[in-house]
Design a protein around this ligand. Sequence first.
Ligand code: IDP
Ligand code: MG
Length: 132
Amino acid sequence: MEKTYIMLKPDAIKRRLVGNIINRIENKGYNITKMKMFNLNEEILKEHYSHLVDKPFFPELVDFMMSGPVIGMIVEGDDVVVGMRNLMGPTKWIEATPGTIRGDFANNTTENLIHGSDSVENAIIEIKRFFG
Ligand code: IDP
Ligand code: MG
C-alpha cells in the first residue's frame, strides 16, 4: 500500500482545524497508520525545505513552522501521494478551489495548513526523516 507523509502545520492546530482535516482524510478512505504531535527545529526545517532555503520567504517560513507544534502522520492508500495533494489543493491559496483543504481554509501562502509529500520517493525520505 502506498504511503505519504502528511503534516498539519501550526496554523491548523491554532485554528482548531485538526478534526476537520483528519475527517477529510478518513472520509476519503485513507488510513492514518502513525501520528504524533511535536515541535520542529531549524535544522530539520532546512533539511525538509532544502529546495526553498534560498527563497526570500524562507525565514518567514521557518518562523511560522516553529510557532507551535505540528502533527505528523503517515497516511496509506492507493495512489495516496497524488490523492492527498488533490485533497490539499495547490500551494498558493489563491489557486486552491473550494472543496480542497487549502481552498476552504487558507488565505495566506505561507500559512497553508498542511504539508503532503510531492512524490512517492520523497514520501519515503520524509517518513524516515520524521518517524525514523
Ligand atoms: P507544498 O507545501 O505545496 O509542497 P512547496 O513549494 O514545497 O509547496 O513549499 C513549501 C511551503 O513553503 C508551502 O507549503 C508554503 O508554506 C511555503 N511557501 C511556498 N511558496 C511560497 C511563497 O511563494 N511565499 C510564501 N510561502 C511560500
Ligand atoms: Mg512541497
